[in-house]
Design a protein. Structure first.
Length: 202
């Protein structure tokens, strides 16, 4: 059986799937995408792989293509060789699924207008929404814990990547969010993999 192939960029949400696959010891191929041009390294059109033109995209053995963060991260978790995170079917597993959807909807989406060409008013509104949602996350989800759920999971890897974007768009994070992010980064395989994929090859 051929290995799955991940299409991603090193600082986008696709990096979360890369880290999750690496933590789980999954054998996979990968290729970065130039999202500005929509092209791959050989010049071919990325939309031939994923018509949405977005990352992450995981091409599974057999040809099925996953194109959303939640599905890519769940596949990486469920197919881990070195098992990590919650066991499938347990309450903690469904908590992870819930948190994946939460990060995607409540935190990730707030950053979009800060990267895309948009009006000053839209950027201000996005920053205000992000501040509100982060405050809610700290109070109602993290609640003083080191992880979003009962155990470290793919949702934490996703949240870690999303929070790194604050530095790119000049948004200060609350102290509790920074403490959480640094704690996840320190977990074996998270920060080291993130650093590795963002270090230029000699």
């Amino acid at each position: 059986m051929s290995a799955p192939k991940l299409y991603y960029t090193t600082t986008s949400c696709g990096a979360a799937t890369y880290i999750a696959l690496a933590i789980g010891g999954v054998t996979f191929d990968s290729e970065t995408v130039d999202l500005k041009t929509g092209r791959l390294a050989d010049g071919s059109d990325f939309e031939a792989v994923n018509w949405k033109g977005s990352v992450p995209s995981v091409v599974l053995p057999g040809g099925v293509v996953l194109t959303e963060n939640v599905s890519c991260l769940l596949w990486a978790h469920d197919n881990a060789v070195k098992k990590w995170g919650p066991t499938a079917g347990t309450p903690e597993y469904y908590e992870m699924v819930d948190n994946l959807a939460y990060v995607n909807d409540a935190i990730h989406k707030c950053f979009g207008p800060l990267f895309w060409p948009s009006t000053d008013e839209a950027k201000v509104a996005a920053k205000e929404k992000l501040a509100t949602n982060l405050a809610h996350c700290i109070k109602f989800v993290i609640k003083g814990k080191k992880t979003l759920g009962a155990v470290f999971s793919a949702a934490d890897v996703y949240m870690f990547i999303v929070l790194t974007w604050a530095g790119f768009v000049g948004v200060p994070l609350p102290d509790a969010a920074t403490e959480y992010m640094n704690g996840i980064k320190a977990i074996d395989g998270v920060g080291s993999t993130y650093t590795a994929i963002n270090t230029p090859k000699a």
